[in-house]
Design a protein around this ligand. Structure first.
Ligand SMILES: [Zn+2]
Length: 443
């Protein structure tokens, strides 16, 4: 007789210590994405592969068919297939092995960023939330199914992939798809809070990265009065790139405000779509001292755009807005601000009424009975972008549901709550049963 949901949940609970230990172990393998800005590739490469191979060992224990491969040396992907008996829908559980750098070590009051320390309530360290906790919760869900003697009808494909943090999907998630791993749906274990823990996320914004550079005209800093006061020489002597750049900065700010009013999506809080000025540099070329009228101002922006917008249209909208603002200034009319577009990360979109969404909601509701996470999860848009974009782009409906909170991801003192990890693990197990079907189960 096939195992019941209760029996599977009991098996998950029996694996609690092993799951906590495995997450700690994975956190202790530093796996910073070697292409993350500021990293020396050769010093860092290899960590992702080590994590994927560690996870592959667990896939092996479960009895999966295991495939470990790398497009770039040291950056292995691990795939574990729990072959179904036939007749059911297939499902991908996906997560990434790479992490972002720990940042300022002094900000880690919880200790070493790679401690993987467990204090009874939380597991601490870089990657605990984003997203080694989720990757291992998915693997241990499959382990619980095996221990409960559940045989699925459809295939369950477990994936730990490299490259996510800098959109290296071509060596990670997309490479795994191109190797032939496809399914009727996918659940990526990204930390799917806020607004609520363990939200079900069928949609993400898109992301653009661009820089805007405004040029000025250098002169001795004492010429500022000549440059800006009535009756002075004006642009014949000097133009401050920072003065002009700030005007363009404010123009983009104004567009961002318009977006706040006009770009709405039912699964996102009002105003979610923004044009974030993350870095400003400027001054004279060469040495950054205030004794020369500034020659350049460059602002680096990341744009969280509406999932229904075409990225080419968004680029055009921003460029046109800046061009119109520049027309109002005699210098900028002659010396237009320069755009450099650096990255386009497409949005992920699955309909909120897609069966994988309702199946995940149902599985959570069943899994979370009697826990702090009881009830039906919220269905919300993801704050950021992730690999669901590339699964969706390959035609595989992909949503996110996972333990952790994006507010502690990429930050100091990252952690994941063990109870949340356990609830996610139970949900994954029950979801695999309901989505893939259980062999021999007539219901
Ligand atoms: Zn992530």
């Amino acid at each position: 007789m096939p195992a019941t949901a209760d029996q599977v949940i009991e098996k998950v609970h029996g694996l609690r210590d092993a799951l906590v230990e495995a997450v700690g172990e994975a956190v202790r393998i530093p796996s910073v994405n070697p292409r993350y800005p500021g990293q020396v590739y050769d010093d860092v490469v290899g960590g992702e592969g080590a994590v994927s191979r560690y996870v592959a060992g667990i896939y092996e224990q479960i009895g999966c068919e295991v495939d470990v491969f790398a497009i770039e040396p040291g950056r292995d992907n691990a795939v574990g297939t729990l072959r179904g008996r036939g007749g059911g829908r297939s499902l991908i559980f996906n997560g990434h092995s790479d992490v972002v750098p720990p940042g300022d070590l002094g900000a880690w009051t919880s200790g070493d960023p790679y401690s993987g320390r467990h204090d009874g309530e939380r597991i601490w360290g870089r990657g605990s939330t984003d997203m080694k906790g989720g990757v291992l919760a998915q693997a241990f869900a499959a382990m619980a199914l095996r221990e409960a003697g559940v045989e699925l009808a459809g295939d369950l494909i477990l994936e730990a992939v490299a490259g996510e943090e800098v959109m290296n999907h071509d060596i990670g998630t997309t490479a795994v798809v191109e190797r032939g791993y496809r399914a009727d749906a996918a659940v990526v274990a990204e930390p799917s809070a806020p607004p609520a823990p363990l939200a079900v996320v069928p949609v993400t914004p898109g992301l653009l990265w661009f820089s805007l550079t405004v040029r000025g005209k250098a002169s001795h800093a004492s010429m500022r009065a000549e440059a800006i006061r009535a009756g002075g020489l004006g642009s014949a002597v000097a133009v401050s790139a920072i003065d002009k750049g700030v005007a363009m900065f404010m123009a983009i700010r104004e567009l961002e405000e318009q977006w706040g009013q006009t770009k709405r999506h039912e699964l996102f809080a009002p105003g979610h779509f923004t044009i974030h000025p993350g870095v400003v540099t400027g001054g004279p070329e060469g040495v950054l001292v205030p004794f020369v009228v500034s020659e350049f101002m460059t602002t680096e922006y990341c744009v969280w755009y509406h999932p229904d917008d075409d990225p080419a249209d968004v680029r055009a909208e921003i460029e046109q807005h800046v061009a119109r603002a520049a027309q109002l200034d005699p210098w900028l009319r002659e010396h237009p601000p320069e755009f450099e577009w650096k990255l386009t990360w497409p949005a992920a979109r699955v309909a909120a009424d897609h069966p994988i969404v309702s199946a995940t909601l149902d599985a959570h509701e069943l899994a979370a009975v009697g826990t702090a996470y009881a009830g039906r999860p919220e269905v919300r848009g993801f704050a950021a972008v992730e690999d669901t974009s590339f699964l969706c782009a390959a035609g595989i409906p992909a949503i996110s549901y996972g333990p952790g909170d994006i507010r502690v991801a990429h930050a100091a003192d990252e952690y994941v709550l063990v109870d949340e990890l356990m609830t996610a693990c139970c949900t994954y197990a029950l979801l695999a049963m309901s989505w893939c079907g259980v062999a021999g189960d007539a219901s």
